[in-house]
Design a protein. Sequence first.
Lengths: 251, 165
Amino acid sequence: MNTEALKDLLYKIADDQLILGHRNSEWTGFGPLLEEDIAFSSMAQDKVGQSWQIYKLLEELGESEPDMVAFMRNADQFHNCQLVELPNGEYDFSLIRHFLFDMAEQIRFTHLASSSYEPLSLLAKKIKGEIKYHTMHAKIWMKQLGSATEESVSRLQNSLEEAMPYALGIFEPSKFEAELIKEDIFRGEEVIKEEWIEQISAILKETSLKMPDLNSITPVYGGRYGKHTEHLQPLLDEMSEVFKMDPTADW
Amino acid sequence: MSKTKDISVEEIRTWLDEVMDPEIPVLSLNDLGVITGIEIQASGKVKVNMTPTFSGCPAMDYMKRDVEETLQKNGIDDFDVHLSFETQWNSNMISDKGRAALKKFGLAPPPKHNLIVDIDLLEHSKCPYCDSTNTEMKTPFGPALCRSLHFCHNCNQAFEQFKPL
């Protein structure tokens, strides 16, 4: 088992969950409807909980304990894709990001459920059931608002165009694609991406939204190896503010 | 001194009937289905395996602590309460007794399923107050990770359902 490759894979998945979990939590108290406030807060709780479980797997592989890993790194040590760190923007952008990201996560964890690394496959089996509720939520809103009014359609379309280069960055190949695939740890980003394109295209077809032409879009890469937008460090500062006051405090 | 010589796995299971879900105080951990194994090892050590309902469920730590306290209260000093995903929880593991308790509590029990949860399973949940299925799901998310929000058009009441997973 190539431990470096495995850690690289676990870090990017865990960091995606943690950072988007934090962004989702920023809707708590601000959702446009009470139900949506609760939905994003619940998805935040799921994602932060899932990140903790993945950080636990990393701890078993010799990394620091989850709180230290989550709260004590700087932006350039994070492996999340840039899509998840972008500010929430207006609700249309948050919905689009939620749809694009969680559809990819559903596919990712479905494949990871048959990973040759058993601790990961067991956890992935659990998470894929939980994410189903996230994609269910995303699909309901895409279908409703994606064919509702002129304003809802144009807002979602604009956000879709804006988010797509970053969404393609979810699938930035890792340094270890070949090793991970060879050892049956992970099917590889290309497989996930192809399925994702197929699935989101099918859903968009049921709406008035148009799938952007992916051939004319340059994916935003770099996040997997520490290159981030100016938005990540302020998020980390806020997230870790209380922890850093006394890292030894027992909660 | 540990008293494990004189006790059985069944007895330990009976003690755990008294340990309730901290968020649904009518449902025991046995009926919830999160106790996945009880073992008395040759050394006398009691091992209890548990599995989370949802991986981000904040109540799991409390449940684990409550199990540990229950073992101690019954004179067991040598124990290991272990949380793992080896045996995975799904909502079919909630016992019939647990389902009845949920309904009485005003929470619709999760429908039994073939491990494929889709929206149809949630759309017309049975109202825990009047048993009508003339209901609609308002949102798959509720006040806890394990609950969704619904409305009954027959008795005009909002209700929550323990989510199928």
